[in-house]
Every structure is written in structure tokens, then in C-alpha cells.
Design a protein around this ligand. Structure first.
Ligand SMILES: NC(=O)c1ccc[n+]([C@@H]2O[C@H](COP(=O)([O-])OP(=O)(O)OC[C@H]3O[C@@H](n4cnc5c(N)ncnc54)[C@H](OP(=O)(O)O)[C@@H]3O)[C@@H](O)[C@H]2O)c1
Length: 241
């Protein structure tokens, strides 16, 4: 596919890095990256915007820089930010493990940050050019699918993200008809996010970031602009909300 312009937010994500490589191999794709991490290896023709944090003012300032890259509209946006564990956040096994600060940190990264980006990007994404807006969700955010329990904050933050995306798609059907919102579940992928939890994952169910990058690109390419949000997995199959 030619004449694509792609924005990848949270570009230090292992899946995001594989996406960048996949788009660069295609050629004819303009790629703009945003991350808190410094650009480790400059990639030719890729615009890299480093930010200090994901506060609202920082996002607004980053978008001003994005706007001066050139004024052609984006055809794809990927929001890759996600937090499952950190030095201070551990996914909860039981109700006693829930902490206010852990919940706040998780919901900030997984839910609030993507929504601030969507809010601030809406004016530059709204046009006559089709744009697929992909936000990395997770199957554990499905309320219907929750049979195992655990991971209270991560689950809740992705469920809240899904609700916000569905609500945004209803508004976009009226005022930004060119934008298709996709809540994407990559499957368990070999990244730092899943590392501590890979022990019980069968080898054929632990995907490489390269495989997931190809899958999100092809699944996204095949989704019509239909005024609804889609919650789909790496195979392009719908997940019940
Ligand atoms: N790996 C899996 O098995 C799996 C499964 C289901 C869903 N997912 C989802 O897929 C997405 C990508 O995951 P990944 O495995 O590639 O993750 P990863 O390699 O651990 O990357 C972490 C991502 O989260 C951002 N991030 C981390 N801490 C942050 C903070 N405090 N504030 C704002 N952003 C923060 C990073 O942004 P910077 O670039 O700014 O550092 C980066 O985009 C996530 O949304 C994740 O929930 C992953």
C-alpha cells in the first residue's frame, strides 16, 4: 500500500518497534514516532518526537511538532501504551493486593493517556482521508470473557478503555466519519510487559512482535470504515465486549 502516513505513539513498546520495521520495509510510508525513550538508532525517514511524559500539555506540544512534519493527513494511528507491571505496580492475584496508587497508575497509562491522545488528535485526523485508529487493548478487558479473574487493575483499565473507544466511535460516526476505531488484542506477545507471565504460555501461543506487527497491519487494512468501534484479536476475530 502506498502513500500511507503512520503515527505510532508509545514507540518504545516492543510491538511498536516491530511495527516501525514492518512499515519501513514496505517503503512509501511516512512514519512519525512519539516516545519518552530517546531514539536509540535513528531510522532513515522516520520522524522521532521525544517527550518527557504524557501530561496533557506535553501531548498538545507534541501534536504541534507533529503538525509541522507536513500537512498530509495520517492514514494509520497506533497507540501502544500499556502498563501491567512496574517497580511499584504488580497485577493483583487477590482483592487484598488492590492498592489505590497501583490502580491509578494502571488506569492512567492504559486508559487516560490513550484518550487524551485521541481527544487532542481528533482535529488533525478529521478529514476526507480514511484513517484507522488502533488502540492496543487486551482480551482481559472483555467483561464477557472474564472467567479467570485476577489482574484487577489491568482488566478494569482495559475494560474502561474499551468503553471509551466505543463511546468515541459513536461520536465519530456523526463528526469524524473518516475515522475507524479499533481496540486490538495482540495475543500474548514476547515483550517486557508479558515477560514475568510467560511460564505457562504454550510456545505456539507466545507470539513474536514481528508476527503481531504483521497481523495488526493486515487486520487493520481489512477493516471497513463503518462508524463503529471494533474489538478484535490478532486473527481479525471479534471479541465480545
Ligand atoms: N505483550 C503482550 O502480551 C500484550 C498482550 C495484550 C495486550 N498488550 C498491549 O499491547 C500494548 C503494547 O504492549 P507491549 O507488550 O509492546 O509493551 P511494552 O514493550 O512493555 O511497552 C510499554 C508501552 O507502554 C508505554 N508506557 C509504559 N509506562 C508508561 C507510563 N508510565 N506512561 C505512559 N506510557 C507508558 C511505553 O511508552 P514509551 O514509548 O513512552 O516508553 C510503551 O508504549 C499495550 O497496550 C499492552 O497492554 C500486550
Amino acid at each position: 500500500m502506498t502513500n500511507q502516513k503512520v503515527l505510532i505513539i508509545g514507540a518504545s513498546s516492543t510491538i511498536a518497534k516491530a511495527l516501525v520495521q514492518a512499515y519501513k520495509i514496505m517503503g512509501n510510508v511516512k512514519v512519525v514516532l512519539v516516545s519518552r525513550e530517546p531514539e536509540v538508532i535513528p531510522i532513515r525517514d522516520v520522524v522521532y518526537i521525544q517527550i518527557n511524559d504524557y501530561l496533557e500539555n506535553t501531548i498538545v506540544a507534541a501534536i504541534e511538532k507533529i503538525k509541522i512534519v507536513d500537512n498530509t493527513p495520517f492514514t494509520r494511528v497506533f497507540i501502544c501504551n500499556g502498563l501491567l507491571h512496574s517497580d511499584s505496580v504488580k497485577p493483583e492475584k487477590r482483592i487484598e493486593d488492590i492498592s489505590a496508587i497501583g490502580f491509578q497508575n494502571t488506569i492512567w497509562v492504559n486508559t487516560v493517556v490513550p484518550m487524551i491522545w485521541i481527544q487532542k488528535l481528533t482535529p488533525i485526523l478529521t478529514s476526507k482521508i480514511e484513517c484507522k485508529l488502533v488502540v492496543f487493548s487486551a482480551r482481559v478487558g472483555s467483561i464477557k470473557d472474564n472467567k479467570l479473574g485476577g489482574w484487577y487493575s489491568y482488566r478494569a483499565s482495559k475494560a474502561a478503555l474499551n468503553m471509551l473507544l466505543k463511546t468515541t466511535a459513536i461520536e465519530f460516526a456523526r463528526r469524524a466519519k473518516n475515522i475507524k476505531i479499533i481496540a486490538f488484542h495482540p495475543g500474548t506477545t514476547d515483550t517486557k510487559l508479558s515477560k514475568p507471565f510467560q511460564k505457562n504460555v504454550p510456545k505456539n501461543k507466545l507470539f513474536t512482535p514481528e508476527f503481531v506487527a504483521q497481523s495488526v497491519i493486515s487486520v487493520t487494512n481489512n477493516m471497513p470504515i463503518d462508524g463503529t468501534a471494533s474489538y478484535i484479536d490478532w486473527q481479525g476475530e471479534s471479541i465480545e465486549w
